[in-house]
Design a protein around this ligand. Structure first.
Ligand code: NAD
Ligand code: ZN
Ligand code: ZN
Length: 398
């Protein structure tokens, strides 16, 4: 056979992802049930994917929404469902064709993938990346399939991540390389809560120097809206939460005033602003209701912006608000996912601010848990005990 003058380029094909790893995960079998720790069979990464060995996973309220039936994972993912979407760790294996990551890289997992080339990404809105289309069905970006099985059944993963497991296989567009010196447990929080809160103030509300900003709901997300608003130069950052511990924490993160409810805050905000109302309000309550929108809109004045970051029942379609004030006072109601931030720009940016001492991350972690204690972690979140609870993985988990 004649030799070719140049080597033939072989088409890159997806590896056959056989079962090579047995691990575990916190799994939901249905709404209104507790998390169960189950054995997981995890395939190797196929083309475009990586396996990450996780250091930590934050306990964000959004997973609690799945447990409470507010967010319903759609078929073909459905249940069993591996939770968790706020993680960081080290790349352990790369699939064929992966160019942006190598084994040993430290990564934060973004709860929204960012491909960098779809229309949304290209327009500078990678929090709206088209690769996020299957977030709710749990189907992998690469092939529409699943990499994990629980009791022989394909398992969907929260935000195509599933960080309530010591190992995840994710698409490379979900993993953002970071510097090696950043502690991974702190970095994990930047994959959701920190960027979502900070960006809700800095990007979605576009807080400007000298403004009055109200943040309603001081959890892992809201506390970072407080720190974002303060960093953007707000004159007043007014934090609202029924839990005293949250109000104390808000003051430590840059709030200037606190109140226990929107009703209690209305008159003092009117007074503080000489009757004009706040310029910006951001709602980051654990479970929002339609009636809260009108209450929030009443706190902002003419030309004000109200940002909705918190989530509630995904089937809810009714809100109350004054339509007259909406148009006549030219108020703006703005939704926000991932704080309007771009994962590949903002995750490294926020970690840089942390390294330089300008962004608090250490103080966000109130309590750490083993994966096996995840239900306790969520009970503590619901009891208002944590700014953020974090699952820490150790050698015994791998
Ligand atoms: N839009 C996004 O991209 C995005 C991303 C992450 C989380 N979220 C959502 O943001 C919300 C907050 O998440 P979290 O992890 O910070 O939750 P969390 O449970 O840690 O914090 C919620 C806080 O809201 C407070 N709260 C409850 N009812 C209140 C009320 N009526 N008024 C004022 N405060 C009240 C609670 O005391 C608590 O401190 C959740 O709905 C979550 O699903 C949205
Ligand atoms: Zn989250
Ligand atoms: Zn994209």
């Amino acid at each position: 056979m004649a030799l070719r003058s140049s080597p033939r380029v072989m088409p890159v094909t997806a590896a056959v992802g056989g079962v090579t790893l047995k691990t575990k995960a916190a799994v939901l079998w249905g709404a209104h049930e507790d998390w169960q720790i189950e054995e997981v069979e995890q395939d190797d990464p196929i083309a475009g994917e990586v396996r990450v060995k996780l250091t930590a996973s934050g306990l964000c309220h959004s997973d609690e929404h799945v447990r409470m039936g507010d967010i319903i994972p759609m078929e073909p993912g459905g249940f069993p469902f591996i939770g968790g979407h706020e993680g960081a760790g080290v790349v352990e294996m790369v699939g064929p064709g992966v160019t942006s990551l190598a084994v040993g890289d430290h990564v934060v997992l973004g709860f929204i993938p960012a491909c960098g080339r779809c229309p949304s990404c290209s327009a500078g809105h990678s929090n709206l990346c088209d690769n996020g289309a299957t977030l709710i069905t749990g189907q992998m970006i690469s092939d529409g399939g699943f990499r994990s099985r629980v009791k022989g059944k394909d398992a969907g993963t929260m935000c195509l991540l599933g960080t309530f497991s010591p190992y995840v296989v994710v698409h490379e567009s979900s993993a953002i390389k970071i510097e090696d010196d950043i502690p991974l447990d702190k970095a994990a929080l930047v994959g959701c809560g920190v960027t979502t809160g900070w960006g809700s103030a800095v990007y979605s509300a576009e807080v400007k120097a000298g403004e009055t900003v109200v943040v309603i709901g001081i959890g892992g997300v809201g506390i970072n809206a407080v720190q974002g608003a303060a960093m953007a130069g707000a004159q007043r950052v007014i934090a609202i939460d029924p839990v005293e511990f949250k109000r104390e924490q808000a003051m430590a993160f840059g709030a200037t005033h606190t109140f226990s409810s929107m009703a209690e805050a209305l008159a003092p905000i009117t007074e503080l602003t000489w009757g004009r109302g706040a310029e910006k309000a951001i709602i980051t309550v654990g479970r929002i209701e339609g009636s809260m929108i009108g209450e929030m809109m009443a706190l902002i004045g003419k030309n004000g912006t109200a940002v909705v970051t918190g989530m509630g029942d995904m089937m809810q379609s009714e809100v109350t608000l004054s339509l007259f004030e909406l148009s006549m006072l030219q108020k703006r109601l703005q939704g926000s996912i991932f704080g309007g931030a771009n994962p590949r720009v903002d995750i490294p940016r926020l970690l840089g601010l942390y390294r330089d001492g300008q962004l608090k991350l250490d103080e966000l972690i109130t309590q750490t848990y083993k994966l096996e204690d995840i239900n306790q972690g969520y009970a503590d979140m619901n009891a208002g005990k944590n700014i953020r609870g974090v699952i820490m993985y150790s050698e015994e988990d791998y």
